[in-house]
Design a protein around this ligand. Structure first.
Ligand SMILES: [Cu+2]
Length: 154
């Protein structure tokens, strides 16, 4: 039996549908028959031209500058996992830094004016919020006055 020129493409489409488990996977598997879909997929595996782009390498450290009334992280994104945060209180008043990730405060340090500290929280992937918690719950809340910043752990 002679196969038309498009036959390999049709087989490939059926095998790909069966392999991905899409809504038509039942049809694809039935057309290819048991065992044949797997054979076709393994034959085609080497022929796929996937664009493989490595994920960006994110740093595991950042610097955070605090002053009245700002928090400025040096990076908008860091890698998930253990991250070294060097925080400087460059303001005239005392401040603190609270790292909030995964819905919880996971690190805290109090900073007198002109001092610095190093924190090494383990950041889960997702958004990270940095705040100063001084005067929280009052109109003078440092967070409400602007001492908050967002970054992302990826
Ligand atoms: Cu503060």
């Amino acid at each position: 039996m002679r196969w038309p020129a498009w036959a390999p493409l049709a087989l490939a489409a059926a095998a790909a549908t069966a392999a991905t488990g899409g809504p038509e996977s039942g049809l694809g598997a039935a057309a290819a028959g048991p065992g044949r879909a797997g054979a076709a997929a393994s034959t085609l595996a080497g022929r796929r031209h996937r664009l493989v782009v490595p994920p960006p390498v994110l740093a595991q450290s950042l610097t955070v500058d605090e002053s009245e009334y700002r928090i400025r992280p040096s990076k908008a994104a860091v890698g998930a996992g253990t991250v070294t945060i060097r925080v400087y209180n460059r303001g005239e008043d005392d401040h603190d830094l609270v790292v909030i990730a995964g819905g919880a405060a996971i690190a805290h340090v109090a900073l007198k004016s002109g001092t610095s500290a190093v924190l090494t929280p383990v950041l889960p992937p997702g958004p990270v919020r940095l705040i100063c918690s001084l005067q929280a719950g009052t109109p003078q809340s440092h967070e409400l006055l602007g001492m908050h910043a967002e970054l992302r752990a990826g």
